[in-house]
Design a protein around this ligand. Structure first.
Ligand code: SF4
Ligand code: SF4
Length: 393
């Protein structure tokens, strides 16, 4: 792993003016300007800071900083130090993507889902342009339909995890191992373009792994919305059943730091389908987290559900017909919160809307998937809340 000094250079840590803009704008900490300045000063000085303890890992402060000084990494690099010193609580084990059992891999999958996992996991790429599934799409493989995969085959498997959860948890040695493993794996397999439905995977492969952890990939990384708009323009797809009505859009944490071209492409795609896009009261960089990241701070189910419920309430209050979600992880997390509050706006993956606009009906089975994940967490993580043991990866 790069030394702290090297990381400081990579992440432009000397650019911090201790202005407090980042933490004062945070939607979760509720700090005044003076408090924000005081907290960032403590974080910079390596002193105990309330902000670092209460942060829900939403990533937005990196987008808020006008100086590109990476306040988010300043916080979670502190979590790395906490991990190295104390390890992780026993209840966190089920959230680790590379430990078994875990909350994605060890739920019941249907025969069709297993067949897709098998087909997508080939050792060689099936085309020069492929779709990287990431853990989230592997969890909901039935979201994919041949109308997309015939042109854009899915290629990937659980072991090719992008390390995003470890990054968000501040487990930096694990991210570095991931960067090395993925660099070696893809170096021997020819791909021109890797398309990402998952904004987290896109940001990890495009920015985080190469910039901070030394990964090297020869392929071009492309967000799915950009790929789909390109294919529409080429005439490869036709909107046969133009949609009507409105959707409120939920942005993912990674999208906030990816900026306007990424965020704009999501909206442009929905508008091309015929939909009116409604924004939440605080949108884009100021939007709320689905709750998944809140689990990266304290590994507390309560924090996750509190964050998820807050965002569901915001989406429901926007007055749209449905909520459009492009991150499959956000969809699953909000789907879990929806189990407890079932009467709000329907949650739709953008792929479902794409299919609908092409006259294709796909049932993503969100409720049953969310329930299975919730049941897994209840069985494996909740009973370990009082377990005082700690572990290291
Ligand atoms: S990280 Fe950026 S926004 Fe935060 S205090 Fe430093 S310069 Fe200001
Ligand atoms: S990551 Fe999110 S919750 Fe944490 S300090 Fe930054 S803006 Fe606030």
């Amino acid at each position: 792993m790069p030394s702290l000094e090297e990381l400081g250079k990579i992440l432009n840590w000397s650019a911090c003016r201790e202005c407090g803009d980042c933490l004062a704008r945070c939607r979760y900490l509720g700090l005044s300007r003076e408090e924000a300045i005081s907290e960032i000063k403590k974080i910079n000085a390596g002193l105990p800071a309330r902000a670092a303890e209460r942060c829900v890992s939403c990533y937005a402060c990196d987008a808020f900083c006008p100086n590109g000084a990476h306040p988010y990494e300043r916080i979670h690099y502190r979590w790395n130090a906490r991990y190295l010193e104390k390890g992780l609580p026993a209840r966190a084990s089920y959230l680790m993507p590379t430990r078994r059992p875990n909350f994605r891999q060890d739920i019941a999958y249907s025969a069709e889902e297993k067949r897709l996992h098998e087909a997508w996991g080939a050792d060689s790429p099936p085309a020069r342009t492929v779709l990287y599934p990431g853990c989230n799409l592997l969890t909901m493989p039935l979201l994919m339909h041949p109308v997309i995969t015939d042109r854009l085959p899915v290629w990937g498997r659980w072991e090719l995890c992008c390390g995003e959860m470890y990054f968000r948890m501040g487990l930096l040695d694990e991210v570095e191992k991931t960067a090395k493993r993925l660099t070696e794996y893809y170096a021997a397999r020819p791909v021109d373009e890797m398309v990402f439905l998952c904004p987290a995977g896109y940001n990890m492969f495009t920015n985080v792994l190469p910039t901070q952890f030394g990964a090297r990939f020869s392929f071009k990384t492309v967000p799915f919305a950009q790929w789909f708009l390109r294919e529409l323009d080429r005439g490869a797809y036709r909107i046969t059943d133009r949609l009507t009505g409105s959707v409120v859009i939920h942005d993912s944490c990674h999208a906030r730091v990816l900026g306007d071209s990424f965020l704009g492409a999501q909206r442009a795609m929905l508008e091309r389908l015929g939909l009116t896009v409604i924004e939440t009261t605080d949108d884009r960089a100021d939007g709320l987290c689905c709750g998944m990241a809140a689990g990266c701070t304290s590994y507390s189910g309560l924090d996750i559900m509190r964050c998820a419920s807050r965002e569901l309430k915001t989406l429901d209050g926007a007055g749209a017909d449905e909520a459009a979600i492009y991150c499959t992880g956000c969809l699953i997390q909000l789907g879990i919160a929806r189990l407890a509050s079932p009467f709000g706006r329907p949650l739709r993956h953008v792929l479902e809307l794409v299919y609908r606009a092409m006259g294709i009906s796909v049932n993503a089975r969100l409720a049953s998937k969310s329930f299975r994940i919730f049941r897994g967490i209840a069985a494996h993580a909740l009973p370990r809340y009082l377990d005082p043991r700690r572990f290291r990866l």
